[in-house]
Design a protein around this ligand. Sequence first.
Ligand code: ZN
Ligand code: ZN
Length: 198
Amino acid sequence: MNQFIQENSIAIIGVLFFIIFLMMGGMIFILYKLLLANKQVSAPVAPIEPQVVQSTDKFAHIKRPEKIVEKFHCHNHPEQESVGSCLICEDVFCENCLVEHESMHFCRDHFRLFANSKWKQITDVRTTPDTPEEGLFIYNFKRDMWKEKAIPSFVITHYKINVEEDYIESFIQLNVREEDVDELSKELEKFKHLELSH
Ligand SMILES: [Zn+2]
Ligand SMILES: [Zn+2]
């Protein structure tokens, strides 16, 4: 036996090395397969990204509401777009029908009325950014007088920068014809109390 080993020692060592080599090869192969399998397990995480893209596409078919642009047309010329409103009647008019005078606008009829009457300012109600609704009753009163009694009047807003307090205050000034001063002053007082008691 010893003699056999001695005689074939080189061959035996060679066979042993070959077996070790095969085993190592097998282990490397198994390790390689395991690594691949691990990669495949982690692979499904990746497709989340395209799903996110799809979810934003879901909303693509929902149309945004179209911008609502209200167009006003001249009181006298329905085919013409209006450029502004008359201070007295508050109807809107086209370029041709609206008259500008000292940055006030009137329709042609009411510019004539404005030019041919004497006007008197009967209010000077101060409003601030904290109390913007303070002068609202004047606008409501003016509208009421025109609609219910056809008494013309107009409101001018005078702005003043309060430097000390750093805000803009406005003064709501109601202008009425001289002949209406007494009646409208009384009416306005009544109206004010009614509005404020609501
Ligand atoms: Zn007018
Ligand atoms: Zn017009």
